[in-house]
Design a protein around this ligand. Structure first.
Ligand SMILES: O=C1O[C@H](COP(=O)(O)O)[C@@H](O)[C@H](O)[C@H]1O
Length: 261
């Protein structure tokens, strides 16, 4: 099991959430120790709800603290829609999590896409890449941005971010952020972090829950077949951790790790 992705399975989402919280806080503390901020990118889909359950819970000890004002939040992928559109990943995170922070919370810094250029996905991606360049100290000095943590979902087809199985974007080696006009899952027009950026992060965590994921989880963990989620596993090894409920990995032959943070 040396240098393989960690698979942490829990009986229910209620049991998963406190573990995810401990994991995120440990990544936060590592990021703060390294550079005084916590740079994290998040997905849309089912992730924000579970993340909110984890992060909005009452602290259980003095060290169990989400230091929101130190967070810089980016989007692992985003749909080319207004921020208040039902398809917006920013809008989802806002509704599920950001709007529910206690009123006296010093807020995180959040980096949405520039909706003034929604009509041009290349420009949308380029501008989001420039947002990363500014935050990560300039493209000339940094080959790739290094996120402290990526919090990702896994689609029922094995996609993650807006990187879809068999899509040419999986071969993108230069851009940090890329446009996609033909996403097989609606809406078709999106921007996404590219695979080299995803797999360069200090830590990558997937959250996948529910029986609807078990067929694709079998493919990812037993075969891979070049599926985007499997590529992340292969390239990140033990830097990658999966937080799943038992329903999502029923019948999957892959060793579960005990979660003991
Ligand atoms: O379209 C997307 O789907 C994936 C997976 O969503 P889920 O609902 O199956 O968890 C998500 O991670 C991505 O951010 C989103 O744009």
């Amino acid at each position: 099991m040396a240098n393989q992705a960690n698979l942490y399975s829990f009986p229910t989402v209620d049991a998963l959430a406190p573990a995810l919280r401990r994991y995120v806080i440990s990544c936060q503390e590592a990021g703060l120790a390294r550079h005084g901020v916590f740079k994290v990118a998040v997905s849309g889909g089912s992730l924000p709800k579970t993340l909110a359950q984890a992060l909005l819970a009452e602290p259980t000890s003095p060290t169990d603290t989400v230091k929101w004002d130190k967070w810089e939040i980016f989007f692992a992928d985003e749909r080319a829609v207004p921020l208040d559109d039902a398809d917006s990943n920013y809008g989802l995170l806002k509704t599920e999590l950001l709007d529910k922070l206690p009123v006296d919370t010093a807020p995180p810094t959040v980096h949405p896409i520039n909706t003034e250029v929604l009509g041009d996905t290349q420009e949308l991606a380029d501008q989001y890449e420039q947002t990363l360049v500014r935050s990560f100290a300039g493209r000339d000095s940094v080959r790739l941005p290094i996120f402290d943590l990526l919090l990702l979902g896994c689609g029922p087809d094995g996609h993650t971010c807006s990187l879809f199985p068999g899509h040419e974007l999986l071969r993108e080696n230069d851009a940090w952020v890329a446009p996609i006009e033909d996403s097989p899952k609606p809406p078709p027009r999106r921007v996404t972090l590219t695979l080299p950026v995803v797999t360069h992060a200090v830590r990558v965590a997937f959250v996948a829950t529910g029986g609807g994921k078990k067929e694709i989880m079998k493919e990812i963990f037993e075969g891979g077949k070049g599926l985007p989620c499997a590529l992340v596993n292969e390239r990140c090894g033990e830097r990658c951790s999966w937080f799943v409920d038992n329903a999502a990995v029923e019948g999957v032959s892959y060793p579960r790790r005990p979660f003991n943070l």
